[in-house]
Design a protein around this ligand. Structure first.
Ligand SMILES: NC(=O)c1ccc[n+]([C@@H]2O[C@H](COP(=O)([O-])OP(=O)(O)OC[C@H]3O[C@@H](n4cnc5c(N)ncnc54)[C@H](OP(=O)(O)O)[C@@H]3O)[C@@H](O)[C@H]2O)c1
Length: 230
């Protein structure tokens, strides 16, 4: 039987690479981007779930939460701006993923079918991030904790959940970061000597989505060239 997959943030970068690995014969894939709905709007995830469940004939087997933003939030911004930026990143990176995970778990419980969640978190979940990115690191830590909670809560129902934590990965997001922080110095911090490539993360996500053994549920996989080992 073919699997029905839903992935967010698939227009470019890591999400496009994951979608490419899942573009195989026996898979039906809905690959979303901001053109399908802005995840900073709390109404969007519920709508996206319902619309795309219909599009996939009432069955989704795999949910990949990949969409994310990495936007600076300087401490000395005006109070209201800082809070608005905090809330926007938490909404897009964490709350929208939680809303979609909730629908997926309810859907799999109702169908008694099991299913798989792959959440794209970040090295920042463990290592923290820059002073302008408290919200980003917090959103990704939240995603890791949520993934573990789902794994522990619903493993008996065949519902599996994995998190992947990329370090720098060569996408638009990382290119901006490398340019702003001095690329050479950052590369010196990566024992592998280079940033990760999107297709490396794509292959890990494909494996978690389709093949990883059930006993691995709750695992958090690093892909960072040993720049942060734990
Ligand atoms: N690149 C890295 O170094 C790195 C490191 C660690 C973790 N990650 C994580 O990996 C994931 C993918 O990162 P990336 O580098 O591939 O990012 P990217 O190249 O900036 O792409 C982001 C994707 O998310 C979508 N997106 C952004 N804001 C959205 C919104 N408000 N509503 C709906 N969709 C939205 C974008 O859609 P549009 O094209 O329509 O805007 C795009 O498909 C993110 O969760 C990121 O935090 C990346």
């Amino acid at each position: 039987m073919s699997t029905h997959n839903l992935i967010t943030g698939a227009s470019r970068g890591i999400g496009a690479a994951i979608a490419a690995t899942l573009a195989i014969d026996d898979i039906r894939l809905v690959a979303l981007s901001s053109a399908d709905g802005d995840l900073s709007d709390p109404a969007t995830p519920d709508r996206l779930w319902r619309t795309n469940l219909d599009k996939l004939d009432g069955r989704i087997d795999v949910l990949v939460n990949n969409a994310g933003v990495f936007e600076g939030n300087p401490l000395d911004d005006p109070d209201a701006d800082w809070l608005a930026n905090w809330n926007r990143t938490i909404q897009v990176n964490l709350t929208a993923s939680a809303q979609l995970c909730r629908h997926a778990v309810l859907h799999w419980q109702e169908r008694a079918s099991g299913g798989r969640i792959v959440n794209i978190a970040s090295r920042a979940a463990y290592r923290g991030d820059s002073p302008a990115h408290w919200h980003y690191a917090a959103s990704k830590s939240g995603m890791v904790a949520m993934t573990k909670t789902i794994a522990r809560g619903y493993a008996r129902d065949g519902i599996l959940a994995f998190a992947i934590c990329p370090g720098f990965t060569m996408t638009g997001m990382a290119e901006e970061y490398l340019a702003s922080r001095g690329g050479d110095k950052l590369l010196a911090d990566i024992p592998l000597g280079r940033v990760a490539m999107p297709d490396e993360v794509g292959e890990m996500a494909r494996w978690c989505a389709l093949e990883a053994p059930a006993s691995m549920t709750g695992a958090v996989l690093d892909v960072n060239g040993a720049s942060y080992v734990r």
